[in-house]
Design a protein around this ligand. Structure first.
Ligand SMILES: Nc1ncnc2c1ncn2[C@@H]1O[C@H](COP(=O)(O)OP(=O)(O)OP(=O)(O)O)[C@@H](O)[C@H]1O
Length: 239
């Protein structure tokens, strides 16, 4: 049994009187791809923000590689639904937040942009790109530091169906190449089942259901349907 990369112990989170995360406990092993699904407002994004160190739990602990996360988690990167690119920087400058490039860094940027098929847009500004292209820049930026943990907060939510599908394939290919531990928050149960090897349903602010997903990759619509159906039923189950 390998050491867990992430250990989430007895997390409680309140906003004022609202108890938005209750008794959250789980471990994630290195290289896993975990998806969090559930109804809107259940607390999924809050949990991701706690893991990223962007907020603090009311009680409980989150450890990565044995170290408690009590400030911005430097070993993780987050990608959000909105790309959060800086409009005054070019695509390649966005990958380094405008910092001066060393030769190695320039090569690293070029390699990543090639990997997300944006070499021709390296010197373009974000406002000249499509939504899908912008999200590919955001993904490349998230991968720049080779994070141990990639946190994806509904990153494909604003994309059309075809672009979304292509992005899912890209994320899957990158995960298989790089083996970075990944946590995806998504409303799309099919997306969760297509990508993840473990799935948590967050309901009533708790993890109401957890299951592993050993379907072989790549996963067809037909192959994912039974598990997606089970999970959908878990999401809509009352209390
Ligand atoms: N900064 C905040 N201050 C107060 N309440 C908040 C804050 N952030 C989130 N909440 C509340 O906490 C609850 C959980 O929100 P969260 O965004 O984590 O849910 P979610 O499951 O990710 O929902 P969605 O799927 O719609 O993104 C919601 O009721 C939300 O209104």
């Amino acid at each position: 049994m390998t050491e867990a990369l992430l250990e989430v112990n007895d997390i409680q989170k309140y906003y004022g009187d609202a108890h938005v995360l209750r008794n959250i406990n789980f471990d994630i092993q290195p290289g896993e791809f975990v998806a969090l699904v559930g109804q809107s407002g259940g607390g999924k994004s809050t949990l991701l923000r706690l893991i990223a160190g962007l907020e603090h739990a009311t009680s409980g602990s989150i450890k990565q590689d044995g170290t408690e996360i009590n400030r911005l988690n430097a070993h993780s990167r987050v990608m959000f639904q909105d790309d959060r690119l800086l409009p005054w920087l070019t695509v390649s400058e966005n990958l380094t937040f405008g910092a001066t490039h060393s030769k190695e860094q320039k090569e690293h940027v070029a390699k990543l942009l090639a990997r997300v098929e944006l070499t021709d847009f390296a010197d373009a500004y974000p406002n000249s790109l499509s939504g899908g292209q912008r999200q590919r820049v955001a993904l490349a930026r998230a991968l720049m530091a080779n994070p141990q943990l990639l946190l994806l907060d509904e990153p494909l939510g604003a994309l059309d169906a075809l672009t979304r599908r292509k992005m899912q394939d890209l994320i899957m290919d990158l995960w298989q190449e790089r083996k970075m531990t990944t946590i995806l928050v998504t409303h799309d149960v099919n997306e969760a089942v297509r990508l993840a090897n473990r799935i948590f349903v967050v309901r009533d602010h708790q993890i109401a259901w957890a299951g592993s997903n050993d379907l072989p990759y790549p996963r067809t619509d037909q192959a994912i349907a039974p598990l997606a159906n089970t999970i959908l039923n878990e999401i809509i189950t009352e209390g």
